[in-house]
Design a binder for this molecule. Structure first.
Ligand code: NDP
Length: 278
């Protein structure tokens, strides 16, 4: 079974890059199975993969990209650099190391994984990422887990405006203020843990909406992200769920559904608070 990738909307980023609105996240995807799963995902219709140096599967992601039957230029690959590489030269090296591990000629998008405010070096890392774009190693740059205070600081330094900000975002943590900040600055918002790792699969409004459309709870939550305009990267290691998670473009949620899901906001975090994580 395959899914026609043309059904996934392309979002135009502030640097002109086109990015599929839905992709596959590969955090906790074990290296041993990652290459085959990534190749299967691409061959079944995914055109975007989200990894990170931290995930220890960049080499397998690259292998999966090469192993698939889809040309490199049709696939959008994101990776991220970790806090121990925020110093300028270390950030340049992090890009080179990711490039070597991925082995896919160039990287579409590199993110600063967390702001790590205690060491306060993300502006330096950002300068290095801008240089890596200038020399053609990477095509676009963005941030992850940046709150408005971190973005204020980055923007005040001048230079490139991040193309996207990847943050924890799901029905329990809807990030209305941060989404509005990003939008006001031309930054796309991307949702990590978009399914809150399954915590809303039995929530009453989600289950009711799923019944109404003949969809699964995961599909309802992913569609909610699409309706909000979020970039979204659900993770699954299960080949059957790959198709389930991308098959969300044949229905839409109405105002009543969106209002019901809005009531699920409860400040839930599945990961750390970026203001305290160093
Ligand atoms: P998700 O919200 O995507 O949830 C993944 C979990 O849900 C897995 O346990 C998966 O199990 C399960 N699942 C997936 N699809 C379905 C389905 N259709 N039905 C039922 N269960 C399902 O969590 P993640 O934390 O993995 O976030 C997604 C991606 O976001 C990551 O892979 C990573 O790329 C990125 N991320 C970025 C972070 C950052 O700091 N920038 C932090 C965390 C994540 P199974 O595999 O068995 O299907």
């Amino acid at each position: 079974m395959t899914f026609d990738p043309k059904n996934v909307p392309q979002i135009k980023l502030n640097n002109g890059q086109l990015i599929p609105q839905l992709g596959l996240g590969v955090y906790k995807l074990e290296a041993a199975s990652a290459a085959n799963l990534v190749a299967t995902a691409i061959d079944s219709g995914y055109r975007r993969i989200d990894t990170a140096a931290l995930y220890l599967n960049e080499a397998e992601v690259g292998q999966g990209v090469r192993q698939s039957s889809v040309p490199r230029e049709d696939i959008f690959v994101t990776t991220k650099i970790w806090h121990d590489h925020h110093q300028y030269d270390a950030a340049l090296k992090a890009v080179d190391d990711s490039l070597a591990r991925l082995d896919i000629d160039y990287i579409d998008m590199v993110l600063i994984h967390w702001p790590a405010p205690a060491q306060d070096k993300f502006v330096e890392a950002w300068a290095a990422l801008q240089h890596s774009v200038e020399v053609g190693k990477i095509r676009g740059i963005g941030v992850s887990n940046f709150h408005s205070m971190h973005l204020d600081k980055l923007l005040a330094a001048g230079g490139t405006v991040p193309a996207l900000n990847q943050v924890e975002l799901h029905p329990g943590l809807q990030q209305a203020d941060l989404r509005a900040y990003d939008a006001a600055h031309g930054i796309a918002t991307e949702a990590w843990s978009p399914l809150a790792r399954g915590r809303f699969n039995e929530a009453e409004p989600i289950v009711n909406i799923a019944k109404k459309y003949g969809k699964t709870p995961a599909q309802v939550v992913i569609r909610w992200h699409i309706e909000l305009g979020n970039l979204v990267i659900p993770k699954t290691a299960n080949p059957d769920r790959l198709l389930e998670n991308i098959s969300v473009f044949d229905f839409s949620l109405d105002g009543e559904d969106m209002a019901a899901i809005a009531t699920l906001e409860n400040g839930l975090r599945t990961g750390p608070n970026p203001e305290e994580f160093n």
